[in-house]
Design a protein around this ligand. Structure first.
Ligand code: SER
Length: 324
């Protein structure tokens, strides 16, 4: 029997776009269907395999895509992030919760092979221990995004237990990447600083210099996602809520690392409403469950990521397409 196809929702987003390309590399372009709601896909995404405009909260639309392409696995990356979620809490609830529920119900009814759905460090809150945050701990977030992530983890685990659906997920830290800009998150400063360092030589950061958050470079994010996909389900004790860490640094330490390559970089700090969100999240994570259950190990540190980011962005800047 031919291998069933993969659907990536949120495929035009920061993680979805690179995940789709990595999956197409692995399985072949035609085997991976990219879906987005309204943003136009970039040519490499559009031309390397099927693309569908689809609203994932609409069950009929989702069913149509699943049948049309004979989908077996869904990577459900469509979500509203933390900062936009605070501006539009009802939209955040609708997209994140109703979207997830629609995907899980479709997975149950169509007996899909796997669903991979991300959670986030936003599942934690101000009462959670902030350093080396344990896997099992207080989950009382204060953002709507965080509320949807905790409820989402519980809903995913419910589908595993009650309906035997194979659902897996990671609590992603802030993800830093060079291909697609993140949209509307609190950790976006850690990406924007690289772009503006190259473009303007200065950056106004929206969190304080001493703000530390767990972060990860995109190649490690893709690796973690694919490694968890490949893990033997019967050996997993956790399912939808794995802590995964790579490194943690303050905004000031990030600026200092970039200054090793761009000494003239000027950074000023003007905290806005996102500071409060950052202050409610962990500074670092204990990811021993991921390491023990499916062998998680990150490859990049702050120095190697910075080297790679600047190389890629400089090349694009020289071609006049830094922001693509
Ligand atoms: N990067 C996300 C955000 O900042 C966290 O999951 O909202």
């Amino acid at each position: 029997m031919a291998e069933k196809r993969i659907l990536v929702t949120g495929a035009v987003g920061q993680i979805g776009s690179e995940l789709t390309m990595a999956l197409r590399e692995r399985h072949g372009g035609d085997s991976v269907v990219a879906a987005g709601r309204k943003t136009k896909p970039r040519p490499e995404l559009r031309d390397s395999g099927p693309f569908e405009f689809a609203d994932v909260t609409d069950r009929e639309v989702l069913d149509g895509v699943i049948k049309k392409y004979d989908i077996g696995t869904i990577y459900h990356m469509a979500a509203i992030l933390s900062a936009v979620g605070e501006e539009k809490p009802l939209l955040c609830w609708n997209v994140n919760m109703n979207g997830l529920h629609t995907v899980l119900e479709a997975a149950r009814e169509h007996s899909l092979e796997k669903v991979i759905c991300p959670s986030s460090i936003a599942a934690f809150g101000p009462e959670t221990p902030r350093d080396n945050t344990p896997q099992e701990t207080v989950l009382r977030p204060t953002t709507m995004y965080g509320v949807t992530k905790v409820a989402g983890e519980l809903l995913c685990d419910y589908y595993v237990r009650r309906f035997d659906v194979d659902v897996r997920g990671l609590r992603y830290p802030g993800i830093i990447s060079s291909e697609t800009l993140p949209g509307g998150g609190t950790t976006d400063y850690a990406v924007a600083i690289y772009y503006e360092a190259i473009d303007k030589g200065k950056y106004t950061c929206f969190v304080r210099e001493d703000t530390a958050l767990p972060m990860m470079y995109m190649p490690d994010c893709i690796k973690a996602t694919l490694d968890l996909t490949d893990a033997d389900f019967s050996k997993l004790k956790h399912h939808s809520d794995f802590n995964v860490g790579a490194f943690s640094f303050t905004a000031g330490e990030l600026a200092a690392e970039i200054r090793k390559h761009i000494p003239e970089l000027e950074v000023t700090y003007e905290p806005d409403s996102r500071q409060k969100i950052a202050d409610s999240w962990p500074r670092s994570l204990d990811d021993s469950a991921a390491r023990e259950e499916w062998g998680w190990e990150p490859g990049y540190d702050l120095a190697t990521m910075t080297q790679d980011m600047l190389e890629k962005l400089r090349k694009r800047h020289a071609e006049g397409k830094l922001y693509q």
